[in-house]
Design a protein around this ligand. Structure first.
Ligand code: HPA
Length: 275
């Protein structure tokens, strides 16, 4: 897999030619959460299409650029728009930008997403700090020949989400009077929403949330030795015995309405990180 390392380096070189700082943190901004990008003091913004080997975003709600700058005084690189397996990308393609963030120097990854809530204690718009995950996507970005320079063949997954960052996120939520939980995120391929039997099954498996993203990025981040913070917004309630038809417009609107909460939590965590 020398080819992958060479592609990562080419992409990183293109970004360095526009922005020479070494990012401390990489951020993936998911559905309805893009406005955090507006808080970044932007030094360079690169369209994905201008970065070698980057996949291109096809989802209308995602813009598709890499924003480089500072947030709370910390150098950060943020993906405005992410890639999903249901769009037809391979797991390697989805996670390529994470490899590039790591190559640029980012040691921490913050990922956000919209997710369905399986835990009956959750309400619409609640925030969940992802404590663990279940990969049910039917794919894995690490399949194939391993390049030991990028990470180990058999990476440990006993703590994919950094407990300290998790605690800090929940502390920040508490300070701001934001309802936040700790939960297990199950990742499915999508793009259809789940059947009642699937929601029942996911709950029985131990999941509190279900979504169609995040896990490939987290696997690659852990492989590369990054600390990870994952945050979900509960955008629909997936209670199998009382299930309403999914309303995608409502899901997007719920994510957008909860976005300021997530932004405050992320800023709270980064302020601690910067101090
Ligand atoms: N299922 C899968 N993905 C999702 C959901 C859901 O209910 N809500 C938001 N993303």
């Amino acid at each position: 897999m020398r080819k992958l390392a060479a592609q990562i380096e080419q992409a990183a070189e293109t970004i360095r030619s526009r922005w020479s700082a070494r990012p401390r943190v990489g951020v993936v901004l998911g559905t309805g959460l893009g406005t955090l990008a507006g808080e970044i003091e932007t030094h360079a913004a690169l369209d994905y299409a201008s970065i070698p080997h980057f996949p291109r975003s096809t989802v209308a709600t995602h813009t598709g650029q890499l924003v480089c700058g500072t947030l709370c005084g910390l150098p950060v690189v943020a993906m405005e728009g992410r890639f999903h397996a249901y769009e037809g990308y391979s797991h390697r393609q989805i996670t390529f930008p994470i490899r590039v963030m790591r190559a640029l120097g980012a040691e921490t990854l913050i990922v956000s997403n919209a997710a369905g809530g399986l835990n009956p204690r959750y309400s619409l718009g609640d925030i969940v700090a992802i404590d663990d995950h279940i990969n049910l996507m039917g794919g894995n970005p690490l399949v194939g020949v391993n390049d030991d320079r990028l990470g180990p063949r058999f990476p440990d997954m006993s703590r994919p989400y950094d407990p300290e960052l998790n605690d800090r996120a929940l502390e920040a939520a508490r300070r701001e009077n934001i309802v936040a939980h700790r939960g297990v995120y199950a990742a499915v391929a999508g793009p259809n929403l789940e059947t009642r039997a699937e929601y029942r099954c996911l709950r029985a498996l131990g999941a509190d949330l279900v979504g169609m993203s995040t896990v490939p990025e987290v696997i690659v981040a852990v492989h590369g030795g990054m600390r990870v913070l994952g945050l979900s917004i509960v955008t629909d309630l997936c209670f199998p015995d009382d299930l309403e038809p999914a309303d995608i417009e409502r899901i997007i609107a719920t994510a957008a309405a909860a976005e300021p909460k997530l932004r405050r939590i992320v800023l709270g965590v980064l302020e601690r990180e910067a101090s």
